[in-house]
Structure formats: structure tokens, C-alpha cells
Design a protein around this ligand. Structure first.
Ligand code: ZN
Length: 260
């Protein structure tokens, strides 16, 4: 794990450049784990690493109810793993489907704990984790109940599946107004951007404040491109895997020019 800011550790995994984020509590003995990933062996190694650092997992957070952000292993312990109320409900509804996707994604993934989530009260603005202040930035882009975390004292934005340098915006095409939802989420991130010094995407590379500004502009350009027919030129689609290109093509079909 790499310390990207004081007391914030990030591991990056080979599968889809997925990240795991650990926020160390102010006392230096407890920690919060966000979206532990990906294989059982990787998560067990994470648990062993935390133990070797003298850290006890006293909280966890799932940014959204997609299988690769709901993974868990008994080695991490029994701490509550929070999600927004909408995300927790969704995680339970799609648990079987998520387990199948997890099994099919790559060998060694343990899909048995995907509905192990604790719902936050609707409208929660701060995570009920005593270790350190983490703001919950809930929005409706990418997935039902998606939320980013902002570690307040160091300005680290743990963005979930938003603001990636390796994936263009992936809209929730099951939503009624996916384009507007995504635009609103970017507006939320633009509001907090002055406070952000480090950006941790769920997939891709960690960036600094300037990189956040660059990705916000890139994602705005992609969204605009969905409406004017130029989104396919996004550099993140160059050499993209088939599934990513398929998601993009579906968005192009859904977001017809001038509509959402
Ligand atoms: Zn996702």
C-alpha cells in the first residue's frame, strides 16, 4: 500500500486497476476500509498487512452496489460496512446476480459477503466512524446510492466509480435521467474540488488537485460528447476492453442528441 496523504493508504490491484483505500484513525490503531478488492487472497493479504501495522478495522464503506465494491472477507473482522440507504437496499436485492458476476469475473473472488452492508440513515452527511471525519457525498450517477467519501482533514476524495483516468463516465442507463444524474454528480464534485488535494478513483491512478480538475473537464467533455456525437473520441476508449466499449455504445444509443 502507498500512503497518498497522511494516514490514507491505497493499494492498486491488477484487475481493472481496482483500488482499495484504508483511512487510519487519528489514534493510529483503528482504520476504515473502503471497497476492499479484489480476490480473496488479495483481501486476506490486506487484512494481514493491516494487522502487521497494528491496525484494527473498526469501520468500512462500500461506495456503491456493484460486486467489485462489495467484497469482504472474514479476515477483515466484524466491523460495520456502511453504504447509503439506497445502495444497501440495492446490494440486498441484487446479491445473487452480483455473486454470479463476481464468480465469472476472475478466479479467486469470494462472492459470499456481497450483501453484508449496513444502511446509513437517508441523508447522512458524515460517516458514523469515530476514527476521523469522512464526509459522505451521495449522488445518483453510475449506480443507485453511489457515494464518494471526502476525508476532511487531508482533502482526500475517495471517488468510487467516478473520475477515473482509465474509464470514461459509465452512466446508470437504468435510471430515468442518466445524463442529468451524471451532470449533477460532476457539479457536486466541482463544488468540493477546492477542498480536494488527492483523488482516489475506484479504478485507475491516484491524482492530485490539478488532476481532479483535469478529470472533471474530461468527464464534462465526454458527457457533452454523448449529446453532440463526439464522445467516441474520448482517449479513454482507445484500446478499451470490449465490455467498456459496449457500455459506451449503450450510452450513445440511450443518450440521443438533445435528450437525457
Ligand atoms: Zn461500478
Amino acid at each position: 500500500m502507498i500512503e497518498v496523504a497522511p494516514g490514507v493508504l491505497v493499494a492498486t490491484h491488477p484487475f481493472c486497476a481496482t483500488t482499495t483505500t484504508v483511512v487510519v484513525g487519528a489514534d493510529g490503531r483503528e482504520c476504515l476500509v473502503v471497497d476492499p478488492a479484489v480476490t480473496a487472497a488479495e483481501i486476506d493479504a490486506l487484512a494481514a498487512d493491516l494487522a502487521s501495522r497494528g491496525l484494527t478495522v473498526t469501520g468500512a464503506f462500500s461506495t456503491h452496489p456493484h460486486w467489485d465494491h462489495l467484497l469482504w472477507r472474514p479476515a477483515l473482522g466484524d466491523a460495520p460496512r456502511w453504504a447509503t440507504a439506497a445502495a444497501a437496499q440495492r446490494a440486498r436485492v441484487v446479491a445473487d446476480d452480483n455473486a454470479r458476476k463476481a464468480r465469472e469475473a476472475l478466479p479467486g473472488v469470494d462472492g459470499r459477503w456481497l450483501d453484508r452492508v449496513t444502511a446509513l440513515p437517508p441523508g447522512t452527511h458524515t460517516l458514523p466512524w469515530p476514527g476521523r471525519s469522512c464526509r459522505v457525498l451521495e449522488h445518483r450517477a453510475h449506480a443507485v446510492g453511489h457515494a464518494a467519501l471526502l476525508v476532511d482533514d487531508v482533502g482526500v476524495l475517495v471517488a468510487g466509480d467516478m473520475l477515473s483516468d482509465v474509464e470514461p463516465p459509465l452512466l446508470d442507463l437504468d435510471a430515468d435521467t442518466p445524463w442529468d444524474d451524471y451532470s449533477d454528480a460532476l457539479a457536486l464534485f466541482e463544488t468540493v474540488a477546492p477542498e480536494v488535494s488527492v483523488l482516489v478513483p475506484g479504478h485507475g491512478r491516484v491524482g492530485d488537485h490539478d488532476e481532479l480538475v483535469r478529470r472533471l473537464a474530461a468527464d464534462r467533455a465526454y458527457l457533452g460528447g454523448l449529446r453532440d456525437g463526439t464522445a467516441s473520441g474520448d482517449p479513454r476508449l482507445t484500446d478499451a476492453e470490449d465490455w467498456l466499449r459496449d457500455e459506451h455504445e449503450a450510452a450513445v444509443r440511450r443518450i440521443e442528441p438533445g435528450l437525457s
